[in-house]
Design a protein around this ligand. Structure first.
Ligand code: AMP
Length: 492
């Protein structure tokens, strides 16, 4: 899900802020549904760290709690769990925007509809939501939030179909982009994934209860069994009569997000049949083969560079050392709103160890370079700690394009690799040598040929610019016109 307005109503420029990433969770037929949802969201915290929400259903009423902050801080209190009774619940964790608009954008969204209550949690991003929202507003819809996800709520409310599930399909037929969704209604829960299957969604089982979660690590925390991935384009409805699967959408070649393997998913998750940790180690090994370095040590930028650095060290035969220590009591620097704070954030988060690095030629491994802010600071830190040479190795291809499918990336002009060639990037970051994994190397590590027939096997648009859907809202001419309408609205 993402925010649609180009800046908050308080006037803060959000062009340089981030789209949201999210984790979603649902459980049906469990006596302790809310507590399990909260634990599941805790395991999915890496997918969104600024806000979370849970909606439960007790057979008569819906209950909801939404809060800004980490799950452990905001949902661990007994009274919160007690305020969410019921046998079914869904939850969502997200990066939120700051300011007055924050809480109303926290999911699950909830609406009382003609057919009853309905809660919705979304991971992904709808690429034609601005256009749809504009049309809906013209037709009289009153939006409560600025998220793309709310467009779905209005489309469902306006649908002429007779059942909730048919209305949901009708709404989803009108949207484009990436959507893994879980929904809660008075008869059960629904889990659904877009036909490309861009974002993950898995099904699990615990003591007869059915669970859906963004990643398997949310099942592991509960001791739940992994059943299977929800398939691209599949809708699974779980109600009193059982589990019903259907494929109501036009089928398309699958395009799972390859960046989930590079950075986003937790290393202990199994995503689309592949262990993320294993893939990341293979990525490191490919990188060592493609871009060897004359060096003494391999050092990861923790935590995200660790598995790839292990793979690099194993394949190259160089010793692996933790030359940078991470302070785990701060959030990801990436979510900080301004450059100045982000710079400070890197120092808060990492410290280089002179005892390990002094006088050494270091291969420094990180998963990706986005703006280059992190790398520049880390390299300076490693040099200050006495490293003699720094050879930066990046465990993904250059990030040259923004993501419009729910991964947090800045606009294209802020991407280092969109503006500079390799030599320039090496100079800016301050390294003796710089190399990125090739796109073919990435596919080899994942274990797929880059193409399945005509289409690419994954969504790798952030590296190739090959977007698997139309980007209706981001088309230049249109965006300008729509933005002015939205801005007018925002100013009212
Ligand atoms: P930058 O400083 O902008 O180059 O950010 C790159 C760093 O951010 C890398 O160390 C990654 O581990 C991390 N990163 C990459 N993509 C994301 C993302 N979508 N959200 C949060 N962090 C990210």
């Amino acid at each position: 899900m993402a925010d649609l307005l180009p800046w908050d109503r308080d006037g803060l420029d959000r062009e340089d802020r981030f789209h949201e990433e999210c984790g979603i969770f649902a459980i049906h037929r469990h006596g302790d549904a809310a507590a399990h949802t909260i634990l599941g969201l805790h395991a999915l915290q890496h997918r969104g760290q600024e806000a979370a929400g849970v909606v439960s259903f007790d057979g008569r009423h819906f209950h909801s709690h939404r809060a800004i902050g980490l799950i452990g801080d905001t949902f661990s209190k007994r009274w919160v769990v007690d305020s969410l009774p019921g046998h079914a619940a869904i939850g969502h964790t997200r990066y939120a925007t700051t300011g007055a608009t924050a809480l109303r954008n926290v999911q699950p969204l909830f609406a009382d509809m003609a057919f009853g209550g309905f809660a919705l949690a979304h991971n992904g991003n709808l690429t034609n939501a601005q256009r749809l929202r504009h049309r809906l507003v013209e037709q009289g819809s009153l939006f409560q939030s600025t998220t793309d996800t709310e467009v779905l709520v209005h489309l469902i409310a306006r649908s002429k179909k007779t059942t909730l599930v048919k209305r949901l399909v009708d709404a989803l037929d009108q949207v484009e982009g990436a959507w893994s969704l879980v929904a809660l209604f008075d008869d059960g829960i629904v889990a659904v994934r877009d036909p490309l299957g861009v974002r993950p969604l898995v099904m699990g089982e615990l003591d007869g209860a059915t669970i859906f979660a963004s990643e398997t690590c949310a099942l592991d925390i509960l001791g739940a069994a992994f059943v299977r991935d929800v398939e691209p384009g599949e809708m699974v409805v779980v109600d009193g009569r059982g589990v019903h699967s259907s494929h109501p959408f036009k089928s398309r070649p699958r395009r799972f997000c390859i960046f989930e393997y590079v950075y986003f998913a937790r290393p202990d998750s199994v995503v689309e049949g592949r262990g993320v940790y294993e893939v990341r180690k293979r990525i490191g090994a490919e990188l060592a083969r493609e871009a060897p370095a004359e060096a003494d040590l391999v050092v990861p930028v923790p935590d995200s560079g660790v598995p790839a650095a292990i793979g690099y060290a194993q394949a190259s035969g160089l010793p692996f050392e933790l030359g940078i220590i991470r302070n785990h009591y701060v959030g990801r620097t990436f979510i900080e709103p301004t450059d100045s704070i982000r710079h400070l954030g890197v120092k808060l988060k990492h410290n280089a160890n002179p005892a390990t690095l002094g006088g050494k030629r270091v291969v420094l491994v990180d998963d990706s370079i986005v703006r280059g802010t992190t790398s520049t600071k880390i390299v300076a830190m490693v040099r200050n700690a006495g490293a003699r040479e720094v050879h930066m190795r990046i465990a993904s291809p250059p990030t040259t394009h923004s993501c419009f499918y729910g991964v947090d990336t800045p606009e294209r002009s802020k991407l280092l690799a969109a503006r500079h060639n390799l030599e320039e990037m090496a100079r800016i970051i301050g390294v003796d040598s710089l190399a990125f994994l090739s796109i073919d190397g990435l596919y080899r590590a994942v274990g797929e040929p880059a193409r399945m027939g005509e289409a690419r096997a994954f969504c790798d648009a952030c590296f190739t610019g090959d977007y698997p859907t139309r980007l209706v809202d981001h088309d230049q001419g249109e965006t300008g016109a729509q933005m002015s309408v939205l801005l007018e609205e925002a100013g009212r």
